[in-house]
Design a protein. Structure first.
Length: 226
């Protein structure tokens, strides 16, 4: 089972041999409710208790994160790394993930109530930031290109050049034109070749609206289902 937590709720997926055979969305402001309310929301989903799982994955979306080189990272300083960039918030907890294959560590925050609820419900499960998952599971090949994780109102951009990550950034957008602007801005700032640089859009659905707009400017753009 895979559970994705975002500010507007949970998405539950049950997979068998890599194929999704159950999916459910639970709408709730999970970043602004108590741990008890979160546990009630998830415990009330019968599918969580109906199946035996070989693996449970929990991914949490957070727009506040800091990537650091593995060589300089020391776990005891995670608060210092994080609060050097972001304001201190007593309602949040700072966590970290190592990103397999990239020699980087992602330091990020999530609401303390959410962390408490997930730890009580799934005590053996590591909570992963959505970009930690994206890097470790989707971009692990190291192929050069622009990788975009598409969310409802945000896009996360990872640029790999010469088999190294040279950019990780997130942008908010309202329209497909906004979305396209940010992608093209990344191309301009990093002087990427629009003829040869591949763009991969990781989306929840198979719509081609973003792809069609970007393809007016970039030769190679592909949609991949999340």
């Amino acid at each position: 089972m895979s559970i994705r937590c975002s500010p507007d709720g949970f998405s539950l997926f049950i997979l068998e041999q890599g194929n999704v055979f159950f999916e459910q969305k639970i709408h709730a402001p999970v970043f602004h409710v108590s741990s008890e309310e979160i546990k009630q929301l998830l415990s009330g989903t019968s599918e969580i208790n109906l199946y035996d799982y070989n693996e449970m994955q929990v991914h949490v979306e957070s727009d506040k994160y800091v990537f650091l080189p593995e060589s300089t990272f020391k776990p005891r300083y995670i608060d210092d790394y994080y609060y050097f960039q972001y304001d201190r918030n007593k309602e949040d907890i700072v966590l970290f993930n190592r990103t397999a294959g990239w020699d980087m560590v992602n330091v990020f925050s999530i609401p303390f109530a959410l962390h408490q609820a997930l730890n009580e419900l799934f005590p053996e499960t590591i909570i992963r930031h959505h970009l930690s998952y994206f890097l470790s599971e989707k971009i692990k090949s190291g192929e050069d290109g622009v990788y975009v994780w598409v969310r409802a109102k945000m896009l996360d951009v990872v640029v790999v050049r010469n088999s190294s990550v040279v950019l990780i950034n997130s942008f908010s957008y309202r329209t497909p034109e906004d979305f396209t602007y940010y992608i093209l801005s990344v191309f301009e700032q990093l002087r990427l070749d629009v003829e040869n640089t591949k763009v991969k859009l990781y989306q929840r659905n198979n719509t081609t609206e973003f792809q069609s707009l970007i393809s007016d400017y970039v030769r190679n753009c592909k949609v991949i289902l999340q």
